[in-house]
Design a protein around this ligand. Structure first.
Ligand code: ADP
Ligand code: ZN
Ligand code: ZN
Length: 742
């Protein structure tokens, strides 16, 4: 990398990255330095040589050039854990847009101010035979406390002092006198908190099925042959994906490497952790948002010291400082939560692939409904595709009914429940079986449709739905198109035009009104605010404490309730209305997942999908549980409109205290983008979907191109411009291939 100056951090820790030191690069090192490299630098007044990490190489000196010291040399001692993380941060900064400092803060663990906790250990300083003699002597002298300690140490040479003191009721004076007599030593050893507080016997895995075996064998033989790639496993829930993950992890651990297992935070339940614990014992640990900073730090230390081989956690677990990662697994790889919402707005899948490149590791993705992005790559041969088609736990696939809500309205049924759903629900009550009712809350934000004919108000220029602003006007968030409020449906002339406004709470109320002696549990953002309430509701429902569980997205994520034989999806269209290109995909995934909830036991399940658009391909294919069919139609739509994965989108997000400020900055970004080659487009700027949040006005500029490099180039140009401006007139953020509209 060319450049005359390097920014170096001396003490690589989260708090210190804000203070990099600038150095001049001497002629002899010119072009040799890269982020992540360790260098020797003169430091402090005495100019003693110290080790630092290069975090940036630049051509602009931010300080008086003549006063800069020179880098003394490169420290050649192989790649360090930190060096790799710094390289990864550099890649994230380049690939997603952000400052180097923010990128570093994302990948480096927070170092607790307090030191690692410590515990004291006692151990024998003499041989067992001698100790036995001393023990007998103590007993003769009625020094029973001393004798008790010695007896324990003869059985087990090394013991935690606290435990011995408590269990055997030993005073500090006793320990002291044993130590003074030269019989024991007391050592202080660092002690790392382990968030996994389980005590379960180890269990070997299942004998793999032929199909599972084939997958595991291929991946591991690639591994042994030095071939690294990304694999994608599409397999319905219960088809044995997790069992495959565990066999793969065992494989790489047996080869002396470590594994990172990403799962969506919401799926990181007691059951999941227990399953991994039974397989890997305390060589596995978890990382999630409920851990304290100290606990998180300790998991990093355990990883660094190779005290654990496997970490399970949400996307941030990628940055666990393992010395030698062999495998990164991403379960439920289609989940939106794998994309970060703060700068750098990285996607865990792409970042995992980059991390794997740095470690020479493999990446393994799994899902019942893979993201279009991954499946597209698999179809192109970039990823190796595997499929598992059968449920190992037996049980047939559920029967799915699609109920047309327009018909319900025509025949005078204005309630939230279609006639079929009502009939099936009452049937379950009579049989003592359980039901789940799922309401998709996403896309609540004001898409407008006709309840008579299902027509959705769309932008004439963009083929995304318009959204309703508070004054009733309809706005397109892709191009800024505005139209007046509609009172009559332009398609059929009915007056039933508006947004769908029902929440989980209303549904619970209506159920209880209609069936006062039934028990209903509700799970949504309101009822799960407390840390444990999520698990509590689930276990209450599993224990049969309610007939119906009403909830949002949360209830459709992989829980097993054998007694649930009916799943009602109340308004399947809700996410279709959202004005973004992933709406169809998200709807298909949610419906497929939701349908998979019914009939997990040995009784067959039924699923009712209520919708205003029964002919929509997302709904048709979800009802048929036909992923391939959905993929073919969806990818056609993406290619026609140049949406990811066929092309890439860069959203330049602008926030400013005034509307004019936001608009102006957005316009200068537009000007910087200039002319783009054919096949690439610049759209906007337009006001964001929520124009103002916390008194910040928001604008967005969209740039589409099949060439990712073109987009990062434009991003770099804008970043340089903004740096020169001191970012005075508005904050700018970059989002590549966004998961949701800005
Ligand atoms: P998924 O992750 O695809 O939902 P799992 O790996 O959890 O699937 O497997 C579903 C169920 O089948 C689990 O109860 C698991 O213990 C069991 N299972 C998985 N593989 C096998 C196998 N080879 N033989 C027997 N049972 C298996
Ligand atoms: Zn209509
Ligand atoms: Zn538009």
């Amino acid at each position: 990398m060319q450049g005359r100056f390097a920014n170096v951090i001396v003490d690589i820790s989260h708090e210190k990255v804000d203070r990099p030191f600038a150095y001049r690069i001497p002629e002899k090192l010119s072009g040799m330095l890269e982020p992540g490299m360790r260098v020797r630098i003169p430091f402090g007044r005495g100019n003693g040589l110290r080790t630092g990490y290069v975090i940036e190489v630049t051509d602009e000196a931010e300080f008086d050039e003549s006063r800069l010291k020179e880098i003394a040399g490169i420290q050649e001692d192989g790649i360090q854990v930190e060096g790799r993380l710094i390289r990864l941060a550099f890649w994230m900064k380049e690939h997603y847009g952000s400052t180097m400092i923010n990128a570093l803060k994302t990948v480096l663990p927070v170092r607790q101010k307090m030191k690692a906790q410590e515990k004291k250990e006692i151990c024998l300083r003499v041989g067992r035979e001698e100790a036995r003699g001393e023990m007998l002597a103590c007993e003769r002298k009625h020094q029973t406390a001393k004798a008790r300690v010695l007896r324990e140490l003869i059985a087990e040479e090394r013991l935690p002092m606290g435990l011995v003191a408590k269990k055997l009721n030993i005073s500090p004076a006793t320990f002291k006198s044993l130590r003074d007599a030269g019989l024991i030593s007391v050592n202080t050893v660092p002690y790392y908190r382990n968030p996994v507080k389980l005590d379960a016997a180890r269990e070997a895995g299942h004998q793999l099925s032929v199909n599972q075996r084939r997958i595991v064998d291929e991946v591991l033989s690639d591994y042994d042959g030095g071939r690294r790639r990304t694999y994608l496993l599409r397999g319905i829930t219960g088809s044995g994906k997790t069992e495959v993950y565990m066999a793969l992890i065992e494989g790489v651990v047996a080869r002396g490497q470590q594994a990172i297992m990403l799962i969506p935070e919401i799926a990181l339940t007691y059951q999941t952790v227990l399953r991994f614990y039974k397989r890997f014992g305390d060589r596995v640990s978890v990382m999630n948002s409920t851990l304290s900073a100290g606990e998180k730090y300790d998991q990093c230390e355990r990883a660094r010291k190779k005290e654990i081989d496997v970490i399970i956690g949400p996307r941030s677990a990628l940055f666990t400082p393992f010395p030698q990662v062999g495998l990164i697994i991403i379960d439920e790889e289609h989940e939106g939560s794998y994309k970060s919402e703060t700068m750098p707005k990285y996607h865990a899948r792409e970042t995992a692939e980059e991390l794997a490149r740095l470690h020479h590791a493999s990446v393994f993705l799994g899902s019942a409904t893979p993201s279009l992005d991954s499946y597209y790559r698999a179809k192109q041969g970039i990823y190796r595709l595997f499929t598992l088609e059968e449920r190992l736990t037996g049980g047939t696939l559920p029967t799915v009914y699609v109920e047309d809500l327009r018909e319900e309205l025509k025949s005078g049924n204005r309630s939230i429940f279609s006639r079929r759903l009502t009939r099936l629900l009452e049937d379950r009550f009579a049989r003592g079986e359980q039901s789940m009712l799922f309401l998709n809350r996403r896309g609540y934000a004001g898409f407008v449709s006709c309840r008579m004919c299902g027509h959705v108000m769309k932008c004439p220029h963009c083929d995304v739905s318009l959204s309703e602003h508070r004054d009733g006007t309809l706005v397109c968030h892709y191009c800024g198109y505005v139209q007046k409020a509609v009172r009559l449906c332009p398609e059929c002339g009915s007056k039933y035009v508006g947004g769908f406004r029902a929440g989980t709470e209303q549904i619970e109320e209506q159920l209880l009104e209609k069936y006062p002696d039934r028990k209903v549990l509700r799970m949504d953002a309101d009822t799960t605010r407390k840390k444990e309430s999520y698990e509590k509701i689930l276990s209450a429902f599993a224990a049969g404490e309610a007939d119906v569980l009403v909830g949002t997205q949360m209830i459709v994520k992989g829980h097993d309730f054998p007694n649930v034989t009916l799943m009602g999806i109340l308004a399947a269209d809700m996410s279709l209305g959202v004005c973004d290109h992933r709406a169809g995909e998200r709807t298909f995934q949610l419906l497929t997942q939701a349908a998979g909830r019914a009939g997990r036991g040995n009784r067959p399940g039924e699923v009712v999908i209520q919708t205003y658009q029964p002919e929509h391909y997302s709904i048709v294919h979800a009802a048929a549980q036909d992923y391939e069919g959905f993929y073919e139609e969806e990818i056609l739509y993406r290619s026609l409109l140049a949406y990811p994965p066929v092309a890439h989108i860069l959203v330049v997000q602008v926030g400013a205290p005034t509307r004019e400020g936001a608009e102006q900055t957005a316009r200068s970004m537009r000007d910087l983008a200039g002319e783009v080659p054919e096949g690439s487009y610049v759209i906007g700027p337009a006001p964001a979907s929520i124009e103002k949040i916390n008194d910040v006005f928001r604008y967005a500029l969209y740039i589409k191109s099949p060439d990712y490099g073109l987009l990062t180039g434009l991003k770099d140009r804008m970043e340089r411009y903004l740096k020169g401006q001191g970012e005075a007139d508005g904050r700018v953020a970059f989002d590549f291939d966004p998961m949701s509209p800005y």
